[in-house]
Write a protein that binds this ligand. Structure first.
Ligand code: PLP
Length: 368
């Protein structure tokens, strides 16, 4: 048994599923095609040819798009533009921990609505709205949600858009995992269903590599122009070099091959994780996702999540506690990222998790 630490914590691809040589070829092609564009400051809206490619993917004109240094930067610009201290912002519970942090930092009143296996509980949101909640924005991760791995159904996508229109709020569709679906049918983006109500963010982190730091926003031109001013004042322009490389990569045959590699590895890893949990940890409740990087694992409610986390670390296993993704609760849940680990590491990691769980429950039983 290897004593090396296994990380179920990082939502990143393992190196073996990053097309490093394809990226090197794309870099050479990018320098050859446009040396001035790659080495100059460029413009705050992003590298022109990549901006056009993204606009084409979403069937909008380029003035609807700004390309940023990762979608984290896009999220920060959007929150700085649309969220004032005291504004109510709807989030899913659980949600991406960095969204919670970003909203807290800006003094937003976070309205957490429970997440179900088919997406946010729109009935609970509707009740909150009719009881007087007046959000300016709703942050939604529609596909293979971080941290839960769940996907918003088409019916709920339409219902959410209906509520946004009725109550006058914007939907922030944060969608970096859309292209890594490994089973089932792809669903339309909310952006495509109602472009006026939705600001959309995505990223090349999950399909190319996170180190390239290229993400983007799609929204109404006035909002994009406002964010462009903020971007200019923040960094003059994002990295033209990185965006030039991505531009060559996504326009080459290597791109679809790279996505296929990522999807087949993720499918294999998710299945292996499900099988290992069923075998080693029968108390765990979970659903194998149709895509993405994450699985949400719930243990019996009286499980001490902090103690489990500590016991797992002692055994060389890292994961993120469920409580990190919620304002309250989640102590007996955990997020497992299976994107960065091999099937062998998944098997060994789940053995360590089961061992940690057995130790924590035995201690709790002894204390009772
Ligand atoms: C829902 C969500 N939004 C945004 C991001 C940030 O991605 P990027 O690497 O493009 O900054 C992540 C990364 O894990 C994410 O899960």
């Amino acid at each position: 048994m290897s004593a090396a630490t296994i990380s179920f914590a990082r939502g990143a691809p393992s190196l073996d599923i990053v097309d490093v040589s394809g990226l090197a070829v794309a870099a050479q092609a990018a320098f050859a095609a446009d040396p001035a564009g790659l080495t100059g400051y460029g413009t705050a809206v992003g590298y022109g040819p990549l901006r056009e490619w993204i606009a084409h993917q979403h069937d909008v004109s380029p003035d609807h798009v700004i390309v940023t240094n990762g979608s984290m930067q896009a999220d920060a610009f959007l929150f700085d533009t649309l969220v004032q201290a005291g504004d109510t912002v709807v989030v899913e519970a659980p949600t991406y921990d960095r969204t919670l942090l970003a909203l807290r930092e800006r003094g937003a009143a976070v309205l957490a609505i429970p997440l179900e296996a088919d997406g946010i509980d729109v009935g609970a949101l509707e009740r909150a709205l009719s009881a007087g909640a007046a959000p300016t924005l709703a942050h939604i991760i529609p596909n293979f949600q971080n941290p839960a791995g769940y996907t918003l159904s088409l019916q709920k996508r339409r219902a959410l858009l209906g509520l946004a229109a009725e109550y006058g709020f914007t939907i922030f569709e944060d969608d970096p995992y859309r292209e890594v679906r490994f089973s089932g049918e792809s669903l339309p983006t909310m952006l495509s269903l109602d472009p006026a109500r939705v600001v959309y963010a995505s990223s090349f982190s999950k399909i190319v590599c996170p180190g390239v730091r290229v993400g983007y926003l799609v929204g109404q031109p006035e909002l994009i122009a406002q964010i462009t001013r903020l971007a200019t004042n923040t960094y003059i322009s994002p990295s033209m070099l990185a965006q030039g490389i991505v531009n060559q990569f996504v326009r080459s045959d290597a791109f679809s091959a790279a996505i296929a590699t990522v999807k087949s590895a993720l499918a294999q890893r998710a299945a292996a994780l499900g099988a290992a949990l069923a075998r080693e940890l029968p108390d765990a409740r979970f659903q194998i996702p149709d895509g993405g990087y994450f699985m949400w694992v719930q243990l019996p409610e009286d499980t001490d999540g902090d103690a489990l986390h500590a016991a797992a670390l002692e055994r060389g296993l890292q994961f993120v506690k469920g409580s990190d993704f919620l304002i309250e609760g989640g102590a007996s849940a955990l997020r497992i990222a299976y994107s960065g680990v091999s099937v062998a590491e998944i098997d060994e990691g789940v053995r360590r998790l089961a061992d940690a769980y057995a130790a924590v429950t035995a201690r709790a039983d002894a204390a009772a």
